[in-house]
Design a protein around this ligand. Structure first.
Ligand code: NAP
Length: 243
């Protein structure tokens, strides 16, 4: 690849929250960005990124759908000619105790949070192998490492993502492609906004730094790991000393 050519990053679920911060971080560093979104309109984010002198493409796709994920990756490849970074950030929660959890709530969380990452990696891997370069960062969670009552589906999907990350890292490493996971603790976004105040207060007491994390702090770590050429098959926790 021409070293002077602008690189391209695909960020899934990037219209808001942590994904949005990651997209801005890559754009600020001169990387063309593909904003994947499902329902949240990314128009404002696209306009903001276009002010940064990089190209930005918004692609609507449900990453849990194999064909839509394929379309996402191929659209990015056709537009920019390479897929240098893939950040699997799209995620949902459907919390509930195991005694009450419906089958659909289990399946939906696994489909987006685990299968979604498989789908995009499955389609991006051939491109990265051909390039002999690339970096994949998967957003898991501390809950995937330690478990959490009320989140059996989410914890299982995020734990599965750890195994998926480490295995794919071993498959792609010989071509210089890195695959890592980031495990955030409690980050202030829409996902955590709806938690009851009593839960938030209790959580805060368990965080050594006594504050919640910010999306931008996760984005800084994602960007660092994605550009660390000798770090692969790792899970890096960012939780303010919670776990
Ligand atoms: P968020 O604000 O709810 O954003 C999640 C994003 O994922 C949304 O843009 C959403 O799009 C998108 N998305 C959901 N399902 C999708 C699908 N099937 N296909 C494509 N996009 C999809 O949540 P967040 O806090 O930023 O979370 C980002 C990631 O960090 C998630 O993987 C989450 O599990 C992980 N995480 C978050 C925390 C935290 O404390 N916030 C902690 C640990 C890990 P729509 O809005 O269109 O549905």
């Amino acid at each position: 690849m021409n070293e002077n050519k602008r690189k391209t990053a695909i960020i899934t679920g990037a219209a808001k929250g942590i994904g949005r911060a990651i997209a801005l971080k890559f754009a600020q560093n001169g990387v063309n960005v593909v904003i994947n979104y499902r329902t949240t309109d990314p128009a404002e984010l696209v306009a903001e990124i276009e002010q940064m002198n990089v190209d930005c493409l918004a692609v609507q796709a449900d990453v849990g759908d194999f064909e839509q994920a394929k379309q996402l990756i191929s659209t990015a490849q056709e537009k920019f000619g390479s897929v240098d970074y893939l950040v699997n950030n799209a995620g949902i929660t459907k919390d509930g105790l195991i005694l009450k959890m419906g089958e659909n709530d289990f399946d939906a969380v696994v489909e987006t949070n685990l299968k979604g990452a498989f789908n995009t990696m499955r389609h991006a891997s051939p491109i990265m192998l051909k390039q002999k370069s690339g970096a994949i960062v998967n957003i898991t969670s501390v809950v995937g490492l330690h478990g959490n009552g009320g989140q059996a589906n989410y914890s299982a999907a995020k734990a599965g993502l750890v195994g998926l990350t480490k295995s794919v890292a071993k498959e792609l490493g010989s071509r210089g492609i890195t695959v890592n996971a980031i495990a955030p603790g409690f980050i202030e976004t829409d996902m955590t906004d709806n938690l009851p105040e009593v839960v938030k207060t209790k959580l805060l007491e368990s965080i050594a730094l006594r504050r919640y994390g910010q999306a931008e702090e996760v984005a800084d770590l994602v960007y660092f790991i994605a550009n660390s050429k000798y770090i692969t098959a790792q899970v890096v926790t960012i939780d303010g000393g919670m776990s």
